[in-house]
Design a protein. Structure first.
Length: 283
């Protein structure tokens, strides 16, 4: 597809057909030694004329470090305007967007423990997806049995920014590849102190094991500005992964969109979402 380097101005003008945002509440667990019960919240974008009798693709969309489920849709309500316009102008199909948090609670968002990224895999699989898809009309048809969620993976995407980009790899791609076919890591893979060799190995192993089980990667759209603090590690890891795996093919199931001069900010991340939704769910 043709990528643009700035959000088209018309995307930020209030659309005639507006979707709505509502709160999803569900119970979860810390999935650690504490084994503490959690009451979690996620915001859900429903497109204009949302119809319970139809099936919608679902994008699970994460914030970055130090923020919560409020980031995408509440702190930046123009994200909703962008979604409304994309759907109204038929740049993407009507879809549901779920914005959860990988933090355990409000206090936990101050932690510097990056293990939250990988730990989120349990909540994602066991609690969040079942809660969202038993309430809303995804292609799972409100049947949230593991067998059916796996069967409908082609209609489920996961994306996130910064620490949420790391979570895209660690919680969704590496650990729940059987539930998602589409991925959008926006700004980073392992952070400044991560092990590049390990990340390349995990990417290649995930694709290989997925193929053995009959799960293919529909598309991974990596995005970064070339002045972003996470750019160098992200591009190095992905270039090496493309070289080492014949299951990651530029232009077929993978691309790396780079904003010249782009930095680590919401202007870039909204643009990444804009591009990703024009790629996702097109199989």
């Amino acid at each position: 597809m043709e990528y643009v380097f700035e959000m088209p101005g018309e995307m930020l003008i209030e659309a005639e057909k507006k979707g709505r945002v509502e709160l999803l509440e569900y119970d979860s667990n810390t999935y650690d030694e504490e084994n503490r019960t959690l009451h979690k919240k996620a915001w859900v974008y429903l497109p204009c004329d949302y119809d319970e009798t139809k099936n919608y693709n679902i994008l699970y969309l994460l914030h970055g470090g130090g923020f919560t489920q409020d980031w995408w849709l509440k702190l930046f309500p123009d994200t909703v305007t962008i979604l409304d316009n994309m759907i109204e102008k038929k740049l993407c199909d009507p879809c549901i967007v779920v914005t959860p948090t990988f933090y355990h609670d409000e206090d936990d968002k101050h932690t510097k423990d990056e293990s939250r990224c990988e730990n989120f895999r349990h909540e994602l699989r066991n609690d969040l997806i079942p809660a969202a898809e038993s309430k809303y009309s995804g292609f799972s048809g409100k049947d949230v049995s593991e067998e059916n969620l796996i069967k409908t993976r082609d209609h489920r995407a996961f994306a996130g920014l910064s620490l949420g980009s790391m979570t895209t790899y660690r919680a969704a791609f590496y650990n729940n590849f059987d539930l998602f076919a589409w991925y959008g890591p926006f700004s980073g893979c392992c952070g400044p102190f991560g092990d590049h060799d390990l990340e390349v190995k995990r990417i290649c192993e995930t694709l290989s094991k997925g193929k053995e089980k009959g799960y293919d990667l529909k598309f991974m759209l990596c995005c970064n500005g070339d002045k972003d603090i996470a750019f160098e590690e992200h591009i190095d890891i992905m270039e090496r992964a493309v070289t080492e795996s014949d299951l990651l093919n530029q232009g077929e199931n993978y691309d790396f969109f780079i904003i010249p001069g782009g930095v680590h900010d919401m202007k870039a991340w909204q643009l990444h979402m804009y591009h990703a939704l024009q790629v996702f769910f097109k199989a």
